[in-house]
Design a protein around this ligand. Structure first.
Ligand SMILES: [Zn+2]
Length: 181
């Protein structure tokens, strides 16, 4: 079963995606509460339960900071496939990952020095710094949270979460924006 149920922490922060089976186990053991479900019902000999979409853990889980590797794919996800110099979305095949401070100038291969750039901007910038090339970054690069990437990589989960946040904004303590920026 594919991982499709969004699990929120007790604080409403998104934690991960789990299978329907796993979500049902958490609900049955009263480790989680059901926040959103589909119209479909899961039938068993004991009880019927709607197919969960979003569940929330009853107890807050403190997670250690998980380092996210700055792969090409992850950098592009963080930047929403948008060139960080011209702001265009030319499509994946026309995107590259640029070292803001070029490697030849001592720039490191790390989140804060990596941005998505279209091939045109990357060529224009060459081995210059943004200042030298008179190019400005749309947004300062940062290390995204693991959760932000989980959501970004799964638009359906992200949509569900945003929808839910609209409904529960009052109670919600964590916010997606505060996590990714
Ligand atoms: Zn560009």
């Amino acid at each position: 079963m594919s991982k499709q149920v969004l699990v929120l922490n007790a604080s409403y922060e998104p934690l991960s995606l789990v299978s329907v089976r796993r979500a049902v186990v958490l609900l049955m053991r009263e480790k989680a509460e059901l926040l959103e479900a589909t119209q479909q019902m899961l039938r068993s000999s004991h009880q019927n339960m709607p197919v969960p979409l979003v569940i929330r853990l009853v107890h807050y889980v403190r997670l250690p900071h998980r380092k996210v590797p700055s792969t090409r794919q992850a950098v592009m996800l963080r930047d929403a496939y948008t060139c960080q110099y011209c702001g265009e979305l030319p499509g994946r095949q026309f995107l590259t990952v640029d070292h803001v401070i070029p490697r030849s100038r001592g720039g490191k291969h790390e989140w804060e020095n990596l941005v998505t750039a279209c091939t045109r901007c990357n060529q224009k910038k060459g081995s210059l710094t943004p200042e030298e090339a008179h190019m400005q970054l749309v947004r300062k690069p940062f290390e995204p949270s693991y959760v932000a990437l989980v959501l970004l990589s799964n638009p359906i989960a992200a949509q569900r979460w945003e929808h839910l946040m609209d409904l529960t904004r009052e109670q919600a303590k964590g916010s997606f924006l505060s996590q990714i920026s």
